[in-house]
Design a protein around this ligand. Structure first.
Ligand code: GDP
Length: 304
């Protein structure tokens, strides 16, 4: 019984050492294993198909080197392709030449945006920045409150339309675009070098909210727009990512709930269909359950 994909791939080739070149028949067996592993990791079907075709093309006719056996060689190719799709190296935040840098978060409701806002603020504060959070999710009754709690935990101020909203039932009113503009002015006057804007999401992709997010982005000239996606979303990752990519043309991806059972296939689906890099990962509900995303580690998680 072989547990990891790497082991299974190596095993499919165990009789091939020293054969010279990999043949189509050799690769077919391997392709089946890779397909199964990617589908198990919840990578979207069309993404898997494209990936397999690429691996086959690269592996076919590849010289079997002295140092690696054929299985190890295919594992190496799979690993390189995975890392490449996921963005190669870790992508750093692009900071504005003239502060504040404006970072907008977008995604479906429940994806983990508000939770992430606090974590990202804490992370940036830890790096010496002076962030401020802007509460522009005026759709979900408790979102402003929740952001305020996150801000308090992170020790970061929150700019909100109605300070002190306390009732869970109360939905804050106001124009989210104006709140975002005011938050950026506040940051400028109080010398906060980063503004993190939390925006509203719906359970499904919603044109009106997508327009609202695009309006906020345009009004404040966001330097980074991060698409926040639940790693458990499975096959819906492709459609959701495409809709947000068209709607707000995001610059980076944040994968949340990686502490659950999901193996992170959504990262591959989103990166492949949008070409945008995954930048951060959220791994729990606590402030510190947050990581800068490393494509090579995710590739290993998928392969292991
Ligand atoms: P939003 O609607 O996108 O703002 O989503 P929230 O930030 O309110 O998160 C939705 C739910 O997911 C909340 O119950 C969070 O505590 C939870 N959550 C957010 N991120 C994570 C994570 O990385 N891991 C886990 N296990 N739960 C998370």
């Amino acid at each position: 019984m072989f547990n990891s994909l790497s082991d299974r791939l190596t095993a499919t080739f165990k009789n091939l050492r020293g054969k010279g070149r990999l043949s189509e028949a050799d690769i077919d067996g391997t392709a089946r294993e890779i397909r199964r592993a990617l589908l198990d990791a919840d990578v979207a079907v069309p993404v898997v198909r494209e990936f397999i075709a690429k691996i086959k093309a690269r592996a076919l006719g590849a010289e079997v080197s002295e140092a690696l056996n054929p299985g190890q060689q295919v594992v190496k190719i799979v690993n390189e392709e995975l890392v490449g799709i996921l963005g190669g190296d870790t992508r750093e935040l692009r900071l504005a030449k003239n502060p504040p840098t404006v970072i907008m978060l977008a995604g479906l409701q429940g994806a983990g945006k508000t939770t992430l806002a606090g974590k990202l603020a804490a992370h940036l504060k830890g790096k010496g920045h002076t962030p401020i959070l802007a509460a522009c999710d005026l759709q979900r009754p408790n979102a402003v409150n929740q952001l305020q709690v996150g801000g308090e935990r992170a020790g970061v101020p929150v700019f909100a339309p109605h300070p002190g909203i306390s009732s869970e039932a109360e939905t804050p009113t106001g124009d989210p675009v104006q709140v975002a503009r005011d938050a950026v002015s506040e940051a400028r006057s109080k010398l906060h070098d980063i503004v993190i804007i939390d925006t509203a999401g719906r359970l499904g992709v919603d044109q009106e909210l997508m327009r609202q997010a695009a309006d906020i982005k345009a009004a404040v000239g966001a330097h980074e727009t991060l698409f926040v996606i639940d790693s458990m979303i499975g096959q819906d990752a492709v459609n959701t990512a495409q809709a947000f990519n068209e709607g707000v043309d995001f610059t980076g991806v944040v994968l949340t709930k990686l502490d659950g059972d999901a193996r992170g296939g959504a990262a591959l689906s989103v990166a492949q269909v949008t070409g945008k890099p995954v930048m951060y990962a959220s791994t729990g509900e606590g402030l510190k359950d947050f990581e800068v995303f490393h494509p090579d580690r995710m590739a290993r998680r998928i392969l292991d």
